[in-house]
Design a protein around this ligand. Sequence first.
Ligand code: NAD
Ligand code: LMR
Length: 339
Amino acid sequence: MFSRSVARSSSTLVRGFASSARSNRKVAVLGAAGGIGQPMSLLLKTDPLVTGLSLYDIRGAPGVAADISHVNTHSEVKGYEKDDIKAALTGAEVVIIPAGVPRKPGMTRDDLFNTNASIVRDLAEACAEYCPKAYIGIISNPVNSTVPIFAEVLKKKGVFDPKRLFGVTTLDVVRASRFLGEIKGADPKDIKVTVVGGHSGATIVPLLSQTAQGKDVSGEAYKALVNRIQFGGDEVVKAKAGTGSATLSMGYAGARFANSLIRALNGESGVVEPTFVKSPLYESEGVAYFATNVELGPEGVKKINPVGELSAEEQELLKACLPDLAKNIKKGVEFATQA
Ligand code: NAD
Ligand code: LMR
């Protein structure tokens, strides 16, 4: 389904997964039987860079693994459930985590905190024990808090490496490129929008002024586009009417993030993905984690790019983002340090 050689950029899976010199990576998915876990695992099975796929969930992952394992690509797929997490994580080099409950209409992502914080904490403990050197991508919401929780647990266990922990915000840039493409009548594959900040409402800050196709969007059209990017998740939650949130587009975005990470680990240069990482950019304002374009390398985070030049509107968006983000981060850190 995906070509091995067409693309060497992180831009889109539509152009095909890129191949690279070293094609030997074991990826674990935690929450693999869920709405995101299943399509993302399927896409990972079609990625030639993934040689081993370890699918874990508290229930249902062996069935999902048996199903996906029949797809005729070279990777080995194994499924694990319940207490089998040690076997699932042992030897994993990349771990992608969509475990946790999704929103229903009327809820914010922060409303998921009470349930998902402890799920993420427990999974962090397991990763610290069984794959302390893995590169870990967190999808579980609220990302603005779950990433700090994960980091604090790894710190407590003495295995935190800020270069190896990522909040997956890829869906925000996927949406931004699609929504801008729609209003411009352009192919989204040619549109890259930088989105910075965090992953919820006002903390999502699209930098349209830095995009050739976006810089002349103004007035009501600009406001509507920013709002749609910031609240794209709510659009899906509403349309799914109580049955969950974005799963298929997130599966796509999660698989794209994993592919970019693996290409960089394999030595490909110039791989840039937006991601929510431990970042010095706004630390003095209480924001120790922040999403910007991050250059990935064999060590994980290679270079954190600054936000660049902002329009007056974007400066206002950033001003609104930082205090909310600081609160979300503090909540996560406090939960993990008190637990
Ligand atoms: P889902 O309910 O369909 O699937 C979640 C899966 O996690 C279930 O299969 C469940 O059994 C499993 N699970 C629960 N506790 C677990 C544990 N301790 N260990 C392993 N697995 C466990 O939900 P979904 O639609 O797949 O969404 C999952 C999460 O991803 C939600 O928190 C959602 O808000 C978030 N999400 C994030 C983004 C993003 O952009 N980062 C996008 C969409 C959804
Ligand atoms: C999204 O952006 O789609 C996810 O964070 C899920 C949600 O709750 O909106």
